[in-house]
Design a protein around this ligand. Sequence first.
Ligand SMILES: NC(=O)c1ccc[n+]([C@@H]2O[C@H](COP(=O)([O-])OP(=O)(O)OC[C@H]3O[C@@H](n4cnc5c(N)ncnc54)[C@H](OP(=O)(O)O)[C@@H]3O)[C@@H](O)[C@H]2O)c1
Length: 278
Amino acid sequence: MNSETTLITGASSGIGLHLAHEFAKNGHPLVLVAPVESELRAVADEITSKFGVTVLVIAKDLELPNSAAEIFDRLQGENVAVEILVNNAGHGFRGKSWQIPIEDDLSVIRLNIEAVLRLTKLFIEPMLRRGRGRILNTASVAGFEPGPLLAVYHASKAFVLSWSEALAVELEGTGLTVTALCPGPTDTDFFPKAGMMETRAFQSASVSAPQDVAKAGYEGLMKKELFIVPGGMNKALVAARRLLSEGAQARLNQKFYEEVPAGEATRERGEFENTVKE
Ligand SMILES: NC(=O)c1ccc[n+]([C@@H]2O[C@H](COP(=O)([O-])OP(=O)(O)OC[C@H]3O[C@@H](n4cnc5c(N)ncnc54)[C@H](OP(=O)(O)O)[C@@H]3O)[C@@H](O)[C@H]2O)c1
C-alpha cells in the first residue's frame, strides 16, 4: 500500500474516474477535481466505501485562470500535502479548423495546456522542497502526430507530451519524476463530447477500456517511466507511424477522424468500459 496523497483532475468520468479507483485501490488518499460537485461526491462516496481511503473533493472549472491557485491555497490552508499530481482533465472538438469557433479552440488550450502549467508550477514548489513527488500528465497518442479534423487537440497533446518529457529531464536528481500517459482511443465521454461517436477512431479502431488505461498509467508512474502508451496495438501504431513523414501521418489521421458510412456506426459509448470487471 502507498500513502502518497494524490490530486487527480477530471476525476468525475472516464480515464480520471478510473485513475481515482486505481490510486485508491493502492491505498492513496485522494483529492478529486472536476467542475460538478455532486458528480465528484458520488465518485468519492463509492471510492470511500470500496477502498476506505480519504477523499476530498474540490469542484472547479479549470479553464478559469484563478482555479489552480484556489485549489492550491485551499489545500495549503488544510495542510494537505499533494505528493502526486495527475493532470488529466482535457477535451477536444472535431471539425475543419476554419469551422471550429475560436472560443472552442481557446477552451482546449486553456484546459489541456494552461491549467496543466498552472497546477504544475504551483504544486512542484513544495515537492521540490520535500525532495520527492510524482507528476502524471495525460497526453495522448495524438501528441505524437498532427491530426487534421482534430488539429488543435493534437497540437495541445503534442505540447503536453513534449513539455512533460523536457520537465522530466530538468528534474533529474531532484527526487521528482514526470510521466506522460499517452492513451489511444478509449471508451469515455470524450467521444460524444467531441462529436466523434461516428468516426472511424471510435467505430473501427482498437478502443481501450478506461480501466486498462488507468492501470497502465498508475504502473508506469510508479516505475518512473517517461511516457506510457497503453495497449499492444497502440504501441505498434505509434512505433510504425514514427517511420512515416509528418504529411503521411496527418493524412492517415484525417481518415481516422472521418465518419463511417451511415449504418456502420454500431459501437456505443460504454461498450468497452462496462464489460471490464474491476
Ligand atoms: N478518450 C480518449 O480516447 C482519450 C485518448 C487519449 C487521451 N485522452 C485524454 O484523457 C483525458 C481524460 O479524458 P477522458 O477521455 O476520460 O474524457 P471524459 O470522460 O470526458 O473526462 C474528462 C474529465 O475532465 C473534466 N473536465 C472537463 N472540463 C473541465 C474543466 N473545465 N475543469 C475541470 N475539469 C474538467 C470532466 O468533467 P465534466 O464531465 O464535468 O466536464 C471529466 O471529469 C483528457 O486529457 C483527454 O484528452 C482521452
